[in-house]
Ligand binder design. Sequence first.
Ligand code: ZN
Length: 274
Amino acid sequence: MRTESVSAICLISVACHPGALTRRGLLHDPACENGTVAGLLFLLAHPDDETFIAGGTIARYAAAGVEIGVLCATRGDRGKTGDICSRDDLPRVREAELRAAAQILGIRHLEILSYEDRLLASAPPEEIRRAMVAALRRQRPRIAITFDPNGMNLHPDHIAISRFASDAVAAAADPRWYPEAGQPYTVERMLWCAPGRVFDLGAIENLAGRAGIDFLIDISPYRDQKNAALRAHRTQYPGLKNLFRDDTTTAVEAFRVAWGPRPRAIPAADLFAE
Ligand SMILES: [Zn+2]
């Protein structure tokens, strides 16, 4: 088990983004007056998770001026190399791929931790909780998003990050946890990715009537960006291109309320819907 200290590779201070205020239903002025930034923070396990489950959603909200952050807990060092690099080079290559995808999608705050791929469940809970609490208090997103408790596909790292994210979102709100890691902060809503494989959702009849589809985002206007970000994960793309093989597989992305208010109309077409 790797116990080295987490490394915050890239942190950028945030400010209230006026572009986000123009979009009805996304933000209201008081949110900025009390120091809250309209934002989404994705708490994920591997480089490519962000594009895989939410590339279109990220592109959509980034285009609307919403601050998007991603905390990625590993550098994907056990993934495929795609015959592009050596296994030793893979963590560095995948980190660069994630940075390229972030640029394409409009992710402004990227933090990459160095926990070991496939062994994320063994990360020291105190250490990863603190790192995630610090990220939440620094970015102060209105919504945190992670995998569901089954990790979407039972991947042990996805299950682990869902567990750590729940732990951190609760701890971030309590001033007794890590007072040196920033002012306490409570997200308005925490979301899981919806049940089912994201690339299958577009082919499901009456998807809106399915349990667990609380937010259904039409990503067709952002399909090109999602596809470009998928391609940016060059080492993983040979597998990804078989999953995201046509327009149906990049039609929608969906999320489920884990914590916080449910939207009045289910499924909502906007993650910030009241
Ligand atoms: Zn993953």
